[in-house]
Design a protein around this ligand. Structure first.
Ligand SMILES: Cc1ncc(COP(=O)(O)O)c(C=O)c1O
Length: 429
């Protein structure tokens, strides 16, 4: 094993993280190679800095003015050079401050600094690399983002163990989670939860978040080592009073020394910059020291260095400027209101179809989506909607139809839902 990897593992010894790491996670380190050496040179090389693979001129990057002019006067240094492997330090700091502001439970809880990833997909993939071995089980509620299959099953050869997302009463099926944990062999439990959920659009109530936390703490108390990743892609889009407005990460980051919580989030949807490819990973575990957080950050940096090397500099700069601008808060509120009004319109329209059994909406209170349980073939209906009405939807497991009402203007929502019910009647008659 590389000596730096060994040092990081020594630092982590005694924490749940140490026992949760995969083989790759244990071997992972951030080399004292080009990036580290050029970092050192940046501070100390006062004569010539001939370290990094960039072209420079008079201390700044060489760049093409035809590209620079598109950036509206931004300093070339903030656009063209590589970003640090873990991301722009100012952006990492601001993301953390915002996270604590939005999740007051995190106040005074020691956490790692968020590490910048190339979007949330990349973040999930890194956590899979660091914590899942071939043959390991990852627990996921049965309504999940399809890309998890590629990440966990295809890339990591892990096995997905699912449980029903909802009880018959339409509440979060916490007992179902307990049953899967009970049947899991070994001491290592890995779980990913995604709220607001894709595809159902559901987020737990505060009582459900508490109950979920209590359950995991119970197993941690019994000696299980538990990794919980929260995929907070749609964080903040909560439309109902009773919905829990904080990430489950905020409940788990300081819950028990046998629980390692990882918050995966991204500017992608939270800041409405889908194409920027900026995401974040933040670690929280009760009793973890600053050095242990730093060791996890270093392993994450190794995973970044060996996959995408570092993430987009201009995207990070634009995000930082936007998030610190005066109009930011009001603009975010306006975007929230736009989506929230669409949610209200969907709910209102569905009242007309309360007794219709062809398409039954699953519980939804947040995010971009809602999903129907279909009486007939969801795939047949999807194709029928596309061919007959020019309406695009997503069919899942031939049973569920997912509607991204986030991408339909409010004035078209009633017509969209009327057409969905008409089409279901026609397609399945
Ligand atoms: C649940 C969930 N996680 C992660 C992502 C990916 O986010 P990103 O575009 O930042 O990789 C998505 C996007 O569709 C998603 O729905």
């Amino acid at each position: 094993m590389n000596v730096i990897a060994k040092e990081l593992n020594d630092t982590l010894r005694g924490s749940a993280a140490a026992e949760l790491l995969s083989d790759m996670g244990r071997e992972m380190f951030f080399p004292k190679g080009i990036v580290a050496q050029s970092g050192e040179a940046k501070q100390k090389a006062y004569t010539y800095n001939a370290t990094v693979g960039m072209a420079t001129h008079k201390g700044g990057p060489v760049f093409l003015p035809s590209i620079h002019k598109e950036f509206n006067g931004l300093d070339s240094d903030a656009i063209f050079p590589y970003a640090p492997t873990a991301g722009d330090p100012k952006l990492r700091q601001i993301w953390k401050e915002e996270m604590i502001r939005k999740n007051p439970k995190l106040k005074n809880v020691p956490l790692s600094l968020p590490v910048v990833t190339a979007g949330l997909t990349h973040g999930v993939s890194i956590i899979a690399d660091l914590f899942l071995d071939c043959g390991d089980t990852i627990i996921i509620p049965d309504m999940f983002w399809g890309n998890y299959r590629l990440i966990f099953e295809v890339r990591r050869e892990a096995e997905i163990a699912s449980f029903k997302f909802f009880t018959k009463e339409g509440t979060l099926n916490i007992e179902g989670l307990a049953d899967v944990i009970e049947t899991a062999s070994g001491n290592k439990i890995v779980l990913i939860v995604n709220f607001p959920n894709n595809p159902t659009g559901y987020s737990p109530t505060a009582a459900e978040a508490e109950a979920l936390t209590e359950l995991l703490v119970k197993y941690a108390e019994a000696g299980k080592k538990i990794l919980v990743m929260t995929d907070d892609a749609y964080f903040g889009l909560f439309y109902k009073e009773e919905t829990c407005k904080q990430s489950l990460f905020a409940y788990l980051a300081d819950a028990h020394s046998n629980i390692l919580a990882v918050k995966g989030d991204a500017a992608t949807k939270e800041e409405l910059v889908w194409g920027f490819r900026v995401g974040f990973l933040t670690f929280g575990g009760k009793g973890m020291s600053e050095n242990q957080y730093e060791a996890l950050v270093k392993k994450t940096m190794g995973a970044i260095r060996s996959s995408v090397s570092n993430c987009s500099r201009p995207a990070q700069t634009l995000l930082l400027h936007g998030m610190t601008s005066e109009s930011y808060a009001a603009e975010k509120e306006a975007a929230y209101e736009l989506l929230s009004a669409r949610y209200v319109e969907v709910k209102k329209t569905l009242l007309k179809y309360a007794d219709n059994t062809l398409l039954r909406p699953m519980p939804f209170n947040s995010g971009y989506f809602m999903a129907f349980t279909c009486k007939g073939s969801a795939e047949l209906l999807r194709l029928y909607l596309l061919d007959t009405y020019g309406i695009g939807t997503i069919s899942i497991q031939d049973t569920y139809l997912r509607i991204a009402y986030s991408s339909v203007d409010i004035e078209n929502i009633e017509n969209l839902y009327d057409t969905l019910y008409t089409a279901a009647q026609e397609a399945w008659n």
